[in-house]
Design a binder for this molecule. Sequence first.
Ligand SMILES: [Zn+2]
Ligand SMILES: [Zn+2]
Length: 281
Amino acid sequence: MQYYIQHFTAGWQSLLQQITHPGWGNFFWLLVTASVIVFALELLFPWRRQQRVNRPELGQDIFYMFFNMFLFPLLGYATLSAALANSFEQSSFVQSLRGIISIRALPAYVQIILLFLVRDFLQWNIHVILHRVPFLWKLHEVHHSSETMSFPVHLRYHWAENIIYRVPEYSVFLLIGSNVADVFIIYAVSLAIGHLNHANLRLPWGFLKYLFNTSELHLWHHAKKVPSRFGVNYAISLSLWDWIFRTAYNPAQPPDAIGLADEPRFPKKFLRQLIWPFGPR
Ligand SMILES: [Zn+2]
Ligand SMILES: [Zn+2]
């Protein structure tokens, strides 16, 4: 308990420090800046012009952004992951493996690109599993429940996804060796790409759509009617994996409707959404 209180206090102070000290190396202001820029782009150059800016889920989506990025870690998850990471790092298994597969001797930019690729491929696989395992799909339904797409939908997801995605990711980062500055760059780039591919924007990606996830591809990921049983376009930042594993779907026209198909019972309230996956089928 003492340990938890110490971590909670430290976490809260660190968040306050971030909020009161705007700067580039700071997650709070990174999120605010990326959101303001993408929101301005959505207002200036909307892709689906009929989409209302003040849509019903806007407030809840914005709350989800701050909840998943800052509040949920404060509630204990950061404490638990710091403790787990520490014992994982100290284990003799990790220590011995580190000597063999460490990437620290490589040039900095190669390390960043490698970590980005490894993390994104890991996330792509986790995302595929979220769509295929019935209980995990119930968790992931929170992300797919939005019926209009705009940048904050990027971080609208069930709290358990923080754990499902981060535990394997942190383990890989600890195993192959990464430093905080590189991880910050990777998170910043994926935050920007995630905001853009959920935004009501259509950017001229050209042939880069075979490498990066785009709003056109990701809109089909959220379609009510998908052309495959479990879904299409599982990309997080890189669409590359979908093209390689033939899960990419990129027709000329956008889908008719987005959101959950056949799930009229999905709750509208945040607190009910938190417990939704644990309720009856
Ligand atoms: Zn999904
Ligand atoms: Zn999405």
